[in-house]
Design a protein around this ligand. Structure first.
Ligand SMILES: *Cc1c(COP(=O)(O)O)cnc(C)c1O
Length: 380
């Protein structure tokens, strides 16, 4: 049985939408991106949405809007995809990594206040795996210390925190549409914000710094080519129409996993916080108990044709970050523990129950092979 790590959910409707754009003369800056932006704004419940060519581009523009410059500090987790911290570096800011809660993989909000210094300008929480961060303590701190909040919601479109949608709580938020995300445009991203002046700024920055009302060749500021093309936007329009159905399919696959993982001793299912009123399943990540060697498990699964990945590998331990900032193993204990024991299993909305069965069967057997050492330990 061939089981891919992830698969996009593409139907004839997406193919027809792209074909229709191909028969027009407008392949960029046209009606598709406009329609797509309106859909995401309406879905999320924010007044402004700006399409860009990747989630990373969106985070970069959010850092510019937040006013990040030389040496400005941004509080963010190391337990994320490297794009979050890289966006800070693009503006020569300094990521200040705060440790996480091992259960959810999200920022441990109790540790944020002590990381605030006179150089702190912003907090960038990441809604990891599609589960919202505990935002209220973050928003309180931001108000007290006059900090900007940028939500990295690249993994969390549709997720809800105490009934509030991910992306509506910070000054701005970014969604991403890479093919493994809950919905895709191929490559693509979307910035959402409540701030009208930021909407104009993002539109200018993504389009070479042209001011929105200026003549075509009037470049007011340093800008970029971060535009989302019409073909990608057309895929987005179709996927956005199907978004709740796409999320429901993923929730079903996660439920199949949960039921089976509960019976595997030594493997912990994902933990959903009480503040998460709606999970938007991006990946299905389990935690190996003490006594289970994650990397050997991954190899054993691979030998049986089941792919799996460490997720995430902490950013502060990446060679580039170690060298530039001097981070070392031991600096963020829970992040490192998660980096050593978390394992993403194959997951997508098109996965079948028999595929989930197969993965869990192989997982049970592979854990069993490691089991001797494990069974000798009490309380894991
Ligand atoms: C996917 C993702 C991004 C952005 O990804 P792109 O590939 O640039 O669209 C940013 N942050 C996190 C946490 C992500 O998972």
């Amino acid at each position: 049985m061939h089981i891919p790590m992830s698969s996009p959910d593409i139907t004839q409707a997406e193919i027809d939408a792209v074909n229709a754009v191909m028969q027009t003369a407008t392949l960029s800056i046209g009606p598709q991106i406009k329609a797509f932006e309106a859909q995401i704004a309406a879905y999320t419940g924010v007044p402004y949405a700006v399409g860009v060519n990747s989630g990373t581009s969106g985070l970069h523009l959010a850092m510019i809007a937040a006013g990040i410059g030389d040496g400005d500090e941004v509080i963010t987790p190391s337990f994320s995809f490297i794009a979050s911290a890289n966006a800070i570096l693009y503006e020569r800011g300094v990521p200040v990594f705060v440790d996480i809660d091992l259960e959810t993989g999200n920022l441990d909000t109790r540790l944020i206040e002590r990381a605030i210094t006179p150089r702190t300008k912003a907090i960038m929480p990441v809604h990891a795996f599609g589960q919202p961060v505990d935002m209220d303590p973050i928003l309180d701190l931001a108000r007290q210390h006059h900090l900007i909040v940028i939500e990295d919601a690249c993994e969390a479109i549709g997720a809800e925190y105490k009934g509030r949608r991910a992306g509506t709580m910070g000054d701005a938020a970014v969604f991403a549409f890479y093919p493994n995300k809950q919905m895709t445009t191929g490559e693509g991203g979307m910035i959402v914000t409540q701030r009208e002046e930021w909407d104009a700024l993002f539109r200018s920055l993504r389009n070479q710094g042209r001011d929105v009302f200026d003549a075509w060749l009037n470049h007011t500021r340093l800008g970029y080519n971060y535009r989302l093309d019409e073909l990608s936007a057309a895929i987005g329009v179709t996927q956005a129409k199907r978004l709740d159905a796409l999320l429901a399919k993923r929730a079903q696959v996660a439920a199949w996993y949960n039921a089976r993982i509960a019976a595997i001793e030594g493997i912990h299912a994902p933990c959903i916080a009480p503040t998460t009123t709606r999970m938007s399943w991006f990946v299905y990540v389990v935690r190996c108990a003490d006594g289970i060697d994650r990397d050997s498990l991954m190899q054993a699964l691979q030998a049986r044709g089941v792919p799996s990945r460490p997720y995430f590998t902490p950013i502060h331990l990446q060679p580039f970050y170690r060298e530039k900032f001097g981070w070392r193993r031991g600096d963020l204990p829970q992040t490192e523990r998660a980096g050593d024991t978390f394992l993403a299993l194959p997951f997508s909305g098109v996965m079948t129950e028999s595929q989930v069965d197969y993965v869990c069967q192989q997982l049970t057997e592979c854990v069993g092979e490691q089991g001797e050492a494990f069974r000798d330990r009490p309380d894991v």
